[in-house]
Structures are given as structure tokens and as C-alpha cells.
Design a protein around this ligand. Structure first.
Ligand code: ATP
Ligand code: MG
Length: 1275
């Protein structure tokens, strides 16, 4: 795709090189063997610590032209001579759309970035080998320079041609797995050009300008996929005798169809003569490919070079974040600006224009934390890509920041720059790949994604205005009158752009401001705010009695319910007979001078935007006569859009004088409007009061009597001002300041019931929403919206539930404990809402709105701390330092403790202290390991039992949302690798606790599935037998269990614990409270292992650990959780149905047998029998259904076979013997359950089947004994 005139975008990452890509060498190719060697070295290039210094790292972000010659760049314009190559990928936009369609915006973007990066890396590898200096990445294109003196141009063109043809031959045509071909078009030009440097003192950009640039663009545009085109000049200059060419009709440029290749020595010779660093380019060794990386560097070299690097990347570079951890998947806002020039102008003029424009933009963008990511120059103008929300730079209300910047840039560029024909600005928001792209030796930090492409297209298709996409429109949450809908226009390669809007900014309507955005009836009833309402009542009463001014300020985070509360209070004030003047300020208003005061007065005076100007004038005259001078009315003209004749007094005033008069007029009007009569002023979002308004309001508010209610958000200067004033003794009588707490769990449940229109919800749903929302009503609403959108909820009436069929699904539905029914519920058939049994809400991605909020918080953390948090996020909400240290890269590991301490003091993480460990975990009566170790399948060194130390090495995320947002930043490939590391670590601990004799929860499970187990449980020597690791996991497990069953309040869901953990009906060892550590291990090892394998896409292993988890929950008498885990296994199994042989037969059998056990605990006897029969059948031990069958079977079972079994047992190798033991023990378990089940029937047939089961079990147990005996003999 192309940005603007004919320029484009490119990007890369080497690690993403498509595996198995054959690198076929063509005859005459340069250094074939070197390429192969290099290709191997490159595979892990990003992971290796290949740069020795910060300077080298910085130099890799820059072309040699800058990195080598930064000391020589004295003036803003410098002449350069050489050959340019411009390569553009065709099919990139279509490829983007395909990926998004196939895998959605998140994964699609990730896959796109990987594919593109791998492709570009291959191309750049060739370019670097041939000594090219990669100047610019521009979208899906790349601009390369070979600097050469005039006498060497001919040879250099041949070298570039050889490189181009090699690239086309090897990579000119690539198929992608989504069925879209990507191809390459190459243009070549040669001659003189200029290097321009623009920007501010802190941030600089370089550009190439001149005829050679125009020519290379034109040549590329003439090229079809797979072709190489030489510009007219380069054709004239080149070694024509070497080439076979074809003329293009009506053009002077030529298409190269063949070439006599240069020899190895010729290439070497040509390379030696290029203008570059004195250490000549050698063909071998990666460092030699970029001589710039070998720079010794001056004292200030890093400072000079870093000015050219993206601020977001520099932040990470400075904080020593490893390069391979720079890249993320993030929602950002992209802003494209195109400046079209009236005519072709001189280099000096163009440099001045771009320099001024970039300085202006940098100034506008700086407070909004936006950055100019790149500037691309083309023949008819210039294009700027600005990005908001890059790593470390996210702000809340990002779209508003972007839209405000867009309109400011549009206005400034349109009015202040010369020679500009049109300014076009386009803004889009969405998920992008945001990170390092290119080659390990030469890369840039930029954004790739569908939304970046869309913005580039919109900028071209909607010229001369500020356009934005539907997502930016919606996420700005600005009133519709800030926008205008634009007609639909076709955009090349873009499937469904959605509605495009023009952002018009301040209009007549916005001048008069808004009342409270929503009416009381639009909000459902206010819940859980009794304390606030009481406070309002008492403050108002005091005001009525004394007439003393009072401000009641509520401070709350985004979405805590400030507006909802203020709407309710405004209603209550009105109901108490007061006149209420209410207004809501927006983020945009804080930068609009006098906006707050104007809105307040317009609303107090009753001015409307819809009425004619005359009517407004009339109102002003009536209400303000006697308050301000007649001659001063004209000062209100611009403010309220009225047309009072300008008085002589005002006309004569000079600037400052007029300003003073205006201030005093404002003050008088304000005093009149808010003072005197009883009235309540309600200001929602008072933190957005602009400074100019405040300078007038603040003295007036100190002198008049009024009652004001306002809402404030933390983190703003105005909020801090009120907070301080309230704390001040002299003011505390006049200001009441209250923090809005999170809603209590009961209120959250009520809110959910209200929103869903049901009487109660399942406790799982309640727990999910309470924990994820942290009691913030807006979060809760968004999460609920997300669940509904993904069709994850199920509605039913209770009566229907009673009649439910006897199947697994109905058991799941019925087993879901419900929250307390709301008082309005009507009798028995009240509606309930539960999470659909076939989905797992934990697997939903965070809604974008919440992700944005969380990222804004995350970005306040320094890059390296953020990186550690991202690693921890992969582990889970609770993690041990041992595991974190295991997955951290070497470069960060040694700083881990220090970084964690800092994160704890920032209140992001919390150490789990021993004081929080429940009694049962620290039970001193636990005995040593028993001799049953071998029996249960694992033999491991026993971790020595020490009492857990104070800082036990277990940490918890304070805010769940932050963890999820951090987790979702990982690109897939890296995320999978980390899950793999976590799984490898945890597998060492995936067994029962010592007092339960270790071993698998499904006896001999690992031996039954040896083929899938491979590689999973390798033990690293360093961690072998680490006792702290186990203890920390036990502690973490206890915390996870509490998280699952308790809310922060502790009480509400604690009730559900009683019903969730159904008492076991057998006389289990672990009935009642479990004193072993298995309860914790299932939470911190087995359940996470299933999650890690799921995230890795390893279904068989995920299934294995879901079964282990279910068995473990049964082991600790928690049938409900066992049911839940089996349900997850069922969902996974259903999703695999079409893929044969993923789940082994033993696993299937175990699945059914565990299901049978759960059904039995849940009182579903019939279903239990069905499941157990199914399990036995899969285990090769059919259990008959009829009495004849039972008779025949009992005869067969009487036959002696003990000696045969014993012989067989001793003849088998150990692995096979244990595998067989697993099967036998599972059979025995099923038969034992069946024996009990049938005996409970109390009928004669029941007794027959029970006896049969007992006999079969006895036989099986005998076989088990034989196998065990053989096993102990051979040990
Ligand atoms: N006490 C409450 N009871 C029920 N629902 C609530 C309550 N408070 C807020 N909500 C719901 O939560 C959502 C967000 O609330 P609201 O818009 O009032 O938050 P806010 O603090 O004003 O957010 P912002 O900071 O974005 O302005 C609304 O849909 C609202 O109906
Ligand atoms: Mg609000």
C-alpha cells in the first residue's frame, strides 16, 4: 500500500522468518555459503545479546548515512550522491484485510506483523549483504541508498541491479498461509540528492529530497510485481552492455529483463569503492554488514543519534529493556497528516516548510503524548505519521487527545505554512503491532496494522479536512455535534472501513455546553450510594439553615459512577424545591479558554444554541441589566454568539485593557448568576475546568453564597486543588470531599441483575464480574457487554431448570449455585442468568475500553518495571519469584528483586506474607513422605520442609485488569514461548503433596500417556529439589483458592464456598477440611498448567492437566470444581472433534470415569452409571447392560488367569508395566463406583450388577497386585 503520493510502508522482524523457507541460490549469486551461514545465525538474532553498547543499539535504528556521519552533518541540507533503490510490496493492504478477517483484529495484526517482518527481513538481508544503506521504512516499502562518487555510479548501478534481481528471484513472489500472494516492485535511480534534517532540538528527522527521489518513485510506480525498473538517468549512467532491457511505452525508464552477473571479485571491488565508513564492507560476518555498528563513537554520539529515534523506543533503550522485548500488540490512535505543495519548490524552501511543520506538530503533540513516528517526503508534498499510545505513552481519553491534536495541526498548518495547497488529516484507532521492525542490524520502531493502512487511505480519499473512523468517533464519547458524517468512498484494498466522520471540533452547539449527559431515567436506579446521598442531604440541610456557601466534591476514578450519582443528586435537589443548574465538562474543554465559565453561565441564564441570536440578546439584557454596564454588553458577543453593537468605550480599549474589562464583566455575571438566590450548581467533571475560567471563578466562589456539587477524577491539578482545600482547616467547613468507593459485591450483583433484567445470576458469573471489575460499575457494564456480545451467557427460568433432562449439560447448569435472588423476583419461575457451560469467560479478551484504561495506568510505570510485570502476567494473577526468575531473560533476572520491590511500593503488586497463610498450610503435624511414593507413579527427591519465610516469594497483582492488559501486550510467538517455560517449570511440581505420597492424581497418569509427556517434565539441574519453590507454590495456591472463593469483601461469595464444595459422599481420607497441600497445588500448579498448555495450543497436554485438576479436586472433596474442570475438558474435546487422535484412548476413558465420579457426588446416579460404563468400555472392560450379559460375564470372570497375568507383568518393560497399571487402576476405580451405585438401587438386578462389579474389581485388583509385585522386583 502507499502513503500519500506513492510511498509506502515496510517492516520486519527476523525471528519471524518463515520456517522451512528454502533459500535457493541462483547461479552467480553473491556469497552463497555466507548467506546460508548467516541465515542460520539470524534465526535467533533478536534473542541474542549482539550489541555491546548503547551506542550500537542506537545506531541500529539509523542508516549509516546518519549513524556514521553524524559529526559531518553540519548544516540542515547536505548533498549526497549515489544510487537509490525503492522496493514496495504489493498486496499488503489486501493481506492485512485477509488476516483480520481470518483471525480478528488482535491475532490478525500479530500474524500480519510476523509475515511482513519475516518477508522484509529476507529482503533486507540481501540489501545489507550488497552494502545497501537502508534509509527509510515507509509503510510496506523500503528506500535504500548506495553512496558512490560520480565515477563509480555505473558500477554501483550494476551492483544494485544484481542485488535487486537476486531479491526478485528469491523473494519476488511469496505465498502466505492466508492465500494472499505478496510480491515486490523495485525501482532504481541514480544521481545527486539532498539530505535534509528537520525537527526540534530534542527530536530530529532526516529526509532525502531531489530528482533522484522523484525518479525512483516513478520507476517503482511503473514496475509491475516481480519487475525491476531503471529510471531514465540511471539507464543512461549504467553499464548498458551488461543488461537486457525493454523500453516502456511513452517512458524513458526501462525494464530490466536480463543481466550478465558480476563476479565475486567485481562485487567486492564495487563495494570497496562505495562512500562509506573507512572500514570497508566485507561480505562475511554480521557486524561487517553494517559498518555503522562498529563505530567507536564520540562522547556525545549516543545523545546525537538518540534524537532520531522514536521516543517510545528510546524510553526502553534507556531503561535497558532487551531489544527483543520492545514489540507489543497495543490499541493506539494513528494520525496521518498530508501536506500537499502548490508547486515544486527548492530544497531550501521545502526543508523550511517541513522543519516548521514538524516543530509545530511536535509542540502540539507533546502535551498529548503523541509522537511523529515518521516523515516521508514525496514529489508533491510530505506525509507525517503521528501515533498516540505507543509503549509508555498511553493517556486516558486517547481519542480526544488525538482529535484535538488533529484539528490544531490542521488549523496551524493551513494558516501558518506557505506554499501549501491542502492539509489532510486522518485519525483511526485500533489494535496495531507496535514495535521493532526490520532487520536485527537495521530496524525502526513503528506501527503496523489495518488501522494504520486505513488512516493512510482516508488521508488521501478525504482531502482538505480532519477525518476519523467510527472507532475513534465512538471511543471519544464526545457528543455527536463535534462530528459530521462523511460520504462513503471506495478505498483501495480496504474492505469495510465503516462510517467515516469529519471532526469539526468546536461548533455553536459545543459553545453552549452540555447539561448532565444522561437523564435520570436513562440510568437504572443508583445502587450502593446510600452514604453519599445521606451526606448530600445533610450538607444541603446545613446550607438551607445557615445560607453558608458549601461545595460537596466527590472524587472517583473513571467509570466509578460520578455522573450517575450527580444525576441522582440533581434530581433530589430539584425534588427538594431547589433550582438546579447542572453541566458536564469534557476532556476537550480543559484546553478551551473560558469554556467552563461560559457553559456555567449559559446554563444558569438559560441561553440556548437553538434560539436565534436576538432571543439570546434579549435574555442577556433582561437578566444582566443593572449588573454590568450597557457599554460592556458587546464584550459578550463572541462568548455567547450575540451581536450587541460595539460601544465607543470598548472600541477605544487596548488589548490588555479590554482583557481586564472582560474579566471584571465575567466576575460580575458569575456573581449575579450563582450568588443571591438559593440554587444548586452541579458540575460533572470539574477537573476539566480550564485555567482561564478558574482564574475568574476562584475569587468569586470565595465571596458568594451558593451550594455546589461536583465530581472530580484523580490525577488532575484541579482535583488536587480541591483535595488540599478540603484538608485545610480554614476551608474544611466549606468543602466536603469524599472519595467514591468501589461498589460492594452485593451492589455489583444487583447492578448486573438490573442490566440483564434477571432475578439472579450464577455465582461464577458474579465472581467473574466482581473480581474483574474491582467494583467499578463501568468496568462491570463493559465486561457484561463483552460476555453478551460473545454469546457467553445463558438465560433460563427456574421452572425450566427443574424439568431439566438427565444429561451432563443440565448437570452443569443445575450445579451452578445462584446468587441471592433479588427482592423483586416473582415466585418460582424467576429468570436467572448463568455462564454458558461450553465457554470459559477467562478466555475472553479484555474489552478495548477497559484495555485502554488499564494501559494508561500501566504506561505510568517505567519500561523495565513494565517488562517484569508483563512476564509476571503470563504466569497468572498470583506468582512465585522462583517461576518469575525462571522465565525472565538473563539481562533482567539479576535486577528482579529490586524491580519487584519497586512495583510493590507502587501498589501494583503485593507480597503475600506468611501472616496471610491459613492455618492448614502451616500445619506442623504434617508427616513425612510415605512409602507409597512409587505406587502413585512418581519418585522425586523430597523437598526439605522449612517454615515459609516472611517474604515468601509469592506476589499478587493488586489490580486484575492491569495483569490482563499487560498479558495482552505480548505478541503471540513470545507469549507461547513463555507459556512453554512456565509449563516446564510447573511440571516438576505436578504431583500430590508429600503426605498424600506424591504421584499423579489420576494414578500412573504420566505413564499412560508417555508419548505426549515427552519433553514436558524435564528437570533443570538448577531447580532440582528446590524446597522453596514448592512452598511458594503452596502459598500461591492458597491465595488463588481464596481469590476464587472470596471477594475482597470476604463475605459475599464465601457463602457460595459452602455450596460449591459439596461434601464428599465417600468416606474419604480428606473429608472436611483437608490438611494436605494438594488443595493448594491444584490451584497453583495443575490449573495453571492446563492454562499454559491451552495458550500454547497443545490440546493433548491441556486435556491431561484438566483431567489431573479434576481428579485433584475430587481428591480434596471439591466436586463442584471437579465438575467445572471436566466441563472445560469437554469444551476442549468438542473443539477438537474433527482433529483425529489428539486425545488418547486412556484420556477419554479417564474423562468419562471422572465424570461418572462427579455425577455420583452430585446425586445423578443414572448418569454416573452411563459415564462409568462408557469409561470401562474405552478401557477394554465392557460392563454388561442386561442380566444375561451379567450372567455370562460373571462366568468369564470366574476363570483363573492369575498366573498368566503374573507372567505377563514380569515380562513387560517397566514403562509398559506402569502404563498397564494405570489402565488397571482406572478400571478398578470405575468398578468400585459401579459396585456402590448398583448396591444403592436395592433391587435384585441391582444386587446382581453390584456383585458382578465387585467380582470384576477383585480380579482387576489381583492383576494390579501382580503388576506392583513385578514392579518392585525389577526396581
Ligand atoms: N451506583 C451505581 N449503581 C448502578 N449503576 C451504576 C452506579 N454507578 C455507575 N453505574 C453505571 O456505571 C456506568 C458508568 O457510570 P458513570 O458514567 O456515572 O461513571 P463516571 O464516574 O461518571 O465515569 P467517567 O469518569 O467516565 O465520567 C453507567 O452506565 C452507570 O449507569
Ligand atoms: Mg462521568
Amino acid at each position: 500500500m502507499t502513503y500519500g503520493g506513492g510511498h509506502c510502508q515496510v517492516i520486519v522482524t527476523t525471528t519471524m522468518r518463515a520456517e522451512g523457507q528454502s533459500r535457493t541460490e541462483a547461479p552467480g549469486s553473491l556469497c552463497n555459503s555466507h548467506c546460508v551461514v548467516r541465515a542460520l545465525m539470524m534465526a535467533s538474532a533478536w534473542e541474542r545479546n549482539r550489541y555491546h553498547s548503547q551506542l550500537e543499539k542506537a545506531a541500529a535504528f539509523l542508516p549509516s548515512l546518519i549513524a556514521e556521519d553524524y559529526l559531518k552533518i553540519i548544516g540542515p541540507v547536505q548533498a549526497v550522491q549515489g544510487v537509490l533503490l525503492f522496493a514496495d510490496i504489493s498486496g499488503f493492504t489486501a493481506l492485512t484485510e485477509k488476516f483480520i478477517q481470518r483471525a480478528g483484529p488482535d491475532r490478525g495484526t500479530d500474524e500480519l506483523a510476523q509475515t511482513l517482518n519475516s518477508y522484509l527481513c529476507d529482503i533486507l538481508e540481501e540489501v545489507l549483504t550488497f552494502g545497501g544503506d537502508i534509509l527509510k521504512f515507509a509503510g510496506d516499502a523500503v528506500l535504500v541508498l548506495w553512496r558512490a562518487p560520480p565515477q563509480e555510479l555505473a558500477k554501483t548501478i550494476s551492483l544494485v541491479l544484481q542485488c535487486s534481481r537476486q531479491i526478485q528471484r528469491k523473494y519476488g513472489n511469496r505465498d502466505t498461509h492466508v492465500g494472499q500472494k505478496i510480491q515486490l516492485k523495485i525501482g532504481i535511480s541514480a544521481g545527486p540528492m539532498d539530505l535534509l534534517v528537520v525537527g526540534s532540538r530534542r527530536r530530529q528527522y532526516f529526509l532525502i529530497y531531489g530528482e533522484a527521489l522523484d525518479a525512483v518513485c516513478e520507476a517503482e510506480e511503473l514496475a509491475h510485481a516481480g519487475e525491476v525498473i531503471l529510471s531514465a538517468t540511471s539507464w543512461e549512467l549504467c553499464e548498458q552492455h551488461r543488461l537486457r532491457t525493454r523500453r516502456l511505452a511513452g517512458k524513458r525508464a526501462v525494464k530490466v529483463t536480463g543481466m550478465d552477473p558480476m563476479s565475486w571479485s567485481e562485487c567486492q571491488e564495487a563495494l570497496r569503492k562505495l562512500v562509506q565508513h573507512p572500514r570497508s564492507h566485507r561480505l562475511e560476518g554480521e557486524g561487517a554488514m553494517r559498518p555503522a555498528l562498529l563505530l567507536p563513537g564520540g562522547a556525545n554520539a549516543y545523545d546525537v543519534l538518540s534524537k532520531y529515534i522514536s521516543g517510545a523506543a528510546l524510553g526502553k533503550l534507556d531503561d535497558r529493556v532487551p531489544l527483543d522485548l520492545f514489540s507489543e500488540l497495543r490499541p493506539v490512535t494513528s494520525l496521518f497528516v498530508q501536506l500537499r505543495l502548490t508547486a515544486r519548490i527548492s530544497t531550501v524552501d521545502i526543508r523550511t516548510i517541513i522543519h516548521d511543520a514538524s516543530r509545530m506538530m511536535l509542540e502540539i503533540l507533546c502535551p498529548h503524548k503523541g509522537e511523529i513516528n515518521k516523515i516521508v517526503l514525496f514529489d508533491k508534498g510530505c506525509m507525517f505519521l503521528c501515533v498516540f499510545g505507543l509503549g509508555g505513552e498511553k493517556l486516558p481519553y486517547e481519542s480526544i487527545h488525538a482529535l484535538q491534536s488533529a484539528i490544531q495541526i490542521f488549523t496551524s498548518c493551513s494558516t501558518m505554512l506557505m506554499e501549501i495547497e491542502a492539509v489532510s488529516v486522518a485519525v483511526t484507532s485500533g489494535m496495531v503491532f507496535c514495535g521493532v521492525t526490520g532487520h536485527p542490524l537495521r530496524h525502526e520502531y513503528t506501527v503496523i496494522g489495518q488501522k494504520v493502512n486505513l488512516a493512510a487511505r482516508m488521508m488521501v480519499r478525504y482531502p482538505g479536512l480532519v477525518s476519523c473512523d467510527a472507532v475513534t468517533y465512538a471511543s471519544s464519547r464526545l457528543p455527536p455535534y463535534y462530528f459530521k458524517e462523511l460520504p462513503e468512498r471506495k478505498m483501495k484494498g480496504v474492505g469495510h472501513p465503516g462510517t467515516v466522520y469529519q471532526y469539526v471540533g468546536i461548533t455553536k452547539k459545543s459553545i453552549f455546553g452540555m447539561g448532565l449527559a444522561k437523564k435520570r431515567s436513562e440510568y437504572a436506579p443508583l445502587l450502593g450510594r446510600e452514604k453519599e446521598i445521606d451526606l448530600f442531604g445533610s450538607c444541603l440541610k446545613a446550607y438551607e439553615d445557615s445560607g453558608q456557601r458549601h461545595i460537596l466534591a466527590f472524587e472517583g476514578t473513571m467509570g466509578s459512577g460520578k455522573s450517575h450519582l450527580l444525576t441522582e443528586l440533581a434530581y433530589l435537589g430539584q425534588a427538594a424545591g431547589h433550582r438546579v443548574v447542572a453541566m458536564e465538562l469534557l476532556e476537550v474543554n480543559v484546553r478551551q479558554s473560558f469554556c467552563a465559565i461560559r457553559t456555567l453561565m449559559a446554563r444558569a441564564l438559560g441561553l440556548q444554541d437553538s434560539e436565534p441570536c436576538g432571543a439570546r440578546q434579549c435574555t442577556l439584557q433582561t437578566k444582566l441589566r443593572g449588573t454590568i454596564e450597557e457599554s460592556s454588553f458587546c464584550l459578550l458577543n463572541d462568548i455567547f454568539l450575540v451581536e450587541f453593537p460595539v460601544s465607543d468605550e470598548v472600541r477605544k480599549m487596548r488589548g490588555i485593557e479590554r482583557k481586564k474589562e472582560l474579566h471584571s464583566t465575567w466576575a460580575k455575571v458569575l456573581e449575579k448568576t450563582i450568588g443571591g438566590e438559593f440554587g444548586i450548581f452541579v458540575i460533572d467533571n470539574a477537573h476539566f475546568i480550564d485555567p482561564a475560567s478558574w482564574s475568574i471563578m476562584s475569587p468569586v466562589l470565595r465571596n458568594v453564597s451558593y451550594f455546589m456539587v461536583m465530581s472530580l477524577a484523580p490525577g488532575y491539578a484541579r482535583t488536587e486543588g480541591f483535595c488540599k482545600a478540603a484538608a485545610d482547616n480554614t476551608m474544611s467547613q466549606k468543602i466536603t470531599y469524599l472519595h467514591l468507593d468501589e461498589l460492594k459485591p452485593a451492589a455489583v450483583v444487583q447492578e448486573v441483575c438490573q442490566n440483564l433484567g434477571v432475578d439472579s445470576i450464577s455465582r461464577d458469573l458474579a465472581r467473574f464480574l466482581i473480581q474483574r471489575s474491582s467494583g467499578i460499575p463501568y468496568y462491570c457494564k463493559e465486561l457484561l457487554g463483552c460476555l453478551l456480545c460473545n454469546k457467553m451467557l445463558l438465560f433460563r427460568t427456574r421452572r425450566r431448570a427443574e424439568k431439566a433432562e438427565d444429561n451432563w449439560e443440565s448437570l452443569i447448569i443445575e450445579a451452578s449455585p445462584l446468587t441471592a435472588t433479588s427482592s423483586s423476583s416473582a415466585g418460582n419461575d424467576g429468570t436467572v442468568c448463568i455462564i454458558r457451560p461450553d465457554v470459559n469467560p477467562e478466555n475472553t479478551v479484555l474489552p478495548t475500553t477497559l484495555k485502554e484504561i488499564a494501559l494508561a495506568q500501566l504506561d505510568q510505570i517505567k519500561p523495565l518495571k513494565q517488562t517484569v510485570l508483563k512476564f509476571a502476567a503470563v504466569i497468572g494473577p498470583v506468582f512465585t519469584t522462583q517461576l518469575l526468575s525462571h522465565i525472565l531473560p538473563d539481562g533482567i533476572r539479576h535486577k528482579m528483586n529490586c524491580l519487584l520491590d519497586m512495583l510493590v511500593s507502587d501498589n501494583i503488586l503485593k507480597w503475600l506474607k506468611t501472616t496471610e497463610v491459613p492455618e492448614e498450610v502451616r500445619d506442623p503435624t504434617k508427616g513425612p513422605g510415605s512409602s507409597r511414593q512409587a505406587e502413585s507413579g512418581v519418585e522425586r527427591p523430597s523437598p526439605s520442609k522449612k517454615t515459609t519465610e516472611r517474604q515468601s516469594g509469592v506476589l499478587v497483582f493488586c489490580v486484575p485488569l492491569l495483569r490482563e492488559a499487560a498479558y495482552e501486550l505480548w505478541p503471540e510467538r513470545q507469549r507461547v514461548a513463555l507459556h512453554r517455560k512456565c509449563a516446564a517449570f510447573l511440571e516438576r511440581h505436578a504431583h500430590k503433596c508429600e503426605s498424600c505420597s506424591r504421584g499423579d492424581f489420576v494414578a500412573f497418569h504420566r505413564f499412560a500417556v508417555t508419548s505426549t509427556q515427552e519433553g514436558g517434565s524435564s528437570q533443570g539441574p538448577a531447580e532440582q529439589g528446590d524446597p522453596h519453590s514448592w512452598e511458594a507454590l503452596v502459598l500461591a495456591g492458597e491465595q488463588l483458592k481464596r481469590d476464587r472463593t472470596h471477594t475482597p469483601e470476604g463475605r459475599f461469595l464465601a457463602k457460595s464456598e459452602q455450596t460449591a464444595e459439596l461434601p464428599s459422599k465417600t468416606d474419604r481420607k480428606h473429608s472436611g477440611t483437608c490438611s494436605c497441600e494438594c488443595r493448594a497445588i491444584v490451584e497453583s500448579v495443575l490449573v495453571p498448567l492446563a492454562r499454559h498448555y491451552m495458550a500454547m495450543g497443545d490440546a493433548a497436554r491441556a486435556f491431561y492437566y484438566l483431567l489431573e485438576s479434576a481428579a485433584a479436586y475430587l481428591h480434596v472433596s471439591n466436586s463442584y470444581m471437579a465438575l467445572m474442570k471436566l466441563n472445560e475438558a469437554e469444551v476442549l474435546r468438542n473443539s477438537l472433534e474433527k482433529k483425529a487422535n489428539v486425545i488418547a484412548c486412556f484420556e477419554e476413558a479417564t474423562f468419562f470415569s471422572l465424570k461418572g465420579e462427579v455425577c455420583w457426588h452430585m446425586g445423578r446416579m443414572k448418569l454416573a452409571k452411563k459415564m462409568l460404563r462408557e469409561a470401562l468400555s474405552l478401557l477394554g472392560r465392557q460392563f454388561p447392560r442386561t442380566s444375561i450379559g451379567a450372567f455370562v460375564k460373571s462366568q468369564v470372570e470366574k476363570l483363573p488367569c492369575a498366573s498368566y497375568v503374573a507372567r505377563r507383568a514380569s515380562s513387560l518393560p517397566q514403562e509398559a508395566r506402569r502404563k498397564r497399571l494405570a489402565w488397571l487402576l482406572r478400571q478398578s476405580c470405575c468398578l468400585s463406583l459401579l459396585e456402590h451405585l448398583f448396591s444403592l438401587e436395592g433391587t435384585s438386578s441391582g444386587r446382581t450388577f453390584s456383585r458382578l462389579a465387585a467380582r470384576m474389581k477383585a480380579n482387576t485388583d489381583r492383576a494390579v497386585d501382580s503388576y506392583r509385585a513385578a514392579d518392585s522386583c525389577h526396581r
